[in-house]
Design a protein around this ligand. Structure first.
Ligand SMILES: Cc1cc2nc3c(=O)[nH]c(=O)nc-3n(C[C@H](O)[C@H](O)[C@H](O)COP(=O)(O)OP(=O)(O)OC[C@H]3O[C@@H](n4cnc5c(N)ncnc54)[C@H](O)[C@@H]3O)c2cc1C
Length: 403
């Protein structure tokens, strides 16, 4: 059977795997790079199914890895997108407190944003209404982030893939069912062919913990999938916010709350979401597709324990966010930001994503930051959650530097 050798083997051709390949080339580390992906096309999971928001870096604790890479990564991705003429909407973002007692959180976000190198401004109600006339702030204040933008994530993935292939990166798609022999630095594909590598980067997103476990890495971590459903404003809705409108988030959980996001191109299409509902499978995008009964039962028991112990503000997450997939609750969350939104303005979007949220069984908490673990001749990217899309070029440098 065929046997080939590659300096670097990347498992997973989402934005993280692609950017690792890009930076290996850019930094002239090697040109011998192979990417394998289990799907026939790239962008089938998080990197092609996210909101496309290039975050400005307001949310993250300054000492975190997310903070280190978000602002720089957003600038790099934005430039990359602009240079290629891909769709981008530089519409900024405004954050409002849905309840007056959350006003203090605006200060915290502004402090974190400034520490992370982001530009932020406090606005009063009048300034908010000049941008989005129907928006509401419970405290009379809002936080404006002029550097937030929206792109088309699938277009980014497709273009990056195309450029990498032109530069000689080998891409093997539909490569499910491989087996790895870590001690021999070799991987056998389902067709019997063999790939020998110098170093392997595990960038398998929703499956990254399972891949890591095959190398004996990160055994006390497993992934908890949360489904992100989107609604959208109908084209004939009288309300069409022209900028991102977010609530002040609960910073103890890794979800930003349901928000309004305009389209990256000229289409007047505003999405509302994503929700963060426990999913019954890592790839359970629709109905019964991708359900994993054993994993779902184990995760449900784990979530129930988290609720009872109320670790990491978990009870608040359950009360405020876990059931937002139910249309009346979603509508209520949307009305906290824009009271004039009515049920008849909304329709369910085709878009749905699943977040690969990592659970640490030792600390019994969800991991909040990116996590890269070393393994035998390998590096495992285990928690490439938001803003990994925004930060992808800078995150790839961090991965290559082994931090
Ligand atoms: C609903 C939602 C909204 C989001 N919004 C934003 C946002 O607005 N801004 C932002 O910055 N981030 C956002 N994110 C986060 C962002 O999408 C992710 O952080 C990012 O896409 C992760 O990229 P990835 O390459 O790690 O994973 P993925 O895109 O999931 O790629 C992993 C790849 O690995 C492949 N794979 C898996 N297992 C195997 C295997 N065994 N063998 C071979 N290949 C394998 C998969 O097929 C896939 O192509 C959002 C995420 C979701 C779910």
């Amino acid at each position: 059977m065929k046997s080939t050798t590659t300096d670097v083997l990347i498992v997973g051709g989402g934005i993280v795997g692609l950017c690792v390949a890009h930076q290996l080339l850019e930094r002239q580390i090697t040109r011998s790079i192979t990417i394998i992906d289990k799907e026939p096309e790239l962008g089938r999971h998080s990197s092609g199914r996210n909101s496309g928001v290039l975050h400005a870096g307001l949310y993250y604790k300054p000492e975190s890895l997310k903070a280190q890479v978000c602002v720089a990564g957003a600038k790099r991705l934005r430039t990359w997108v602009e240079e290629r003429g891909l769709p981008i909407n530089p519409c900024g973002k405004v954050i409002v407190p849905p309840r007056a007692e959350l006003d203090g959180q605006l200060e915290l976000l502004a402090e974190r944003g400034r520490a992370n190198g982001a530009t932020v401004e406090f606005w009063d109600e009048q300034q908010l209404h000049e941008l989005i006339p129907e928006a509401r702030t419970a405290s009379g204040r809002a936080l404006w982030s002029p550097n937030t933008a929206v792109v088309k994530p699938l277009r980014v993935v497709q273009r990056l893939k195309q450029e990498l292939q032109q530069l000689g990166v080998r891409l093997i798609t539909a490569a499910a069912g491989w087996r790895v022999q870590p001690e021999q630095c070799s991987l056998s594909l389902a067709d019997g062919s063999k790939l020998t590598y110098g170093h392997l980067y595990n960038c398998a997103g929703l499956q990254a913990d399972r891949v890591a476990h095959q190398f004996g890495v990160g055994r006390h971590y497993s992934l908890l999938p949360f489904k992100g459903l989107y609604w959208q404003l109908k084209r004939n809705s009288p309300i069409q916010p022209c900028s991102n409108l977010y609530p002040v988030p609960d910073l103890s959980v890794p979800f930003l709350g349901v928000h309004f996001t305009p389209s990256a191109d000229a289409t007047p299409l505003v999405s509302i979401g994503p929700t963060a509902t426990p999913a019954w499978g890592r790839e359970n995008y629709r109905g019964l597709e991708g359900i994993e009964p054993a994993m779902a039962a184990a995760n449900l028991a784990l979530l129930a324990r988290q609720y009872l112990a109320n670790r990491g503000g978990f009870r608040r997450y359950v009360h405020e966010q876990a059931f937002l997939a139910l249309p009346p609750l979603l509508l209520k969350a949307a009305q906290e930001l824009i009271p004039a939104v009515r049920a008849e303005h909304l329709e369910l979007s085709q878009k749905v994503g699943i977040r690969s949220q990592l659970f640490n069984h030792s600390s019994q908490r969800l991991e909040d930051d990116f996590l890269c673990l070393p393994g035998p001749a390998s590096t495992h990217v285990l928690n490439a959650i938001s803003p990994a899309f925004t930060a992808s070029f800078a995150l790839a440098d961090l991965i290559l530097d082994g931090r």
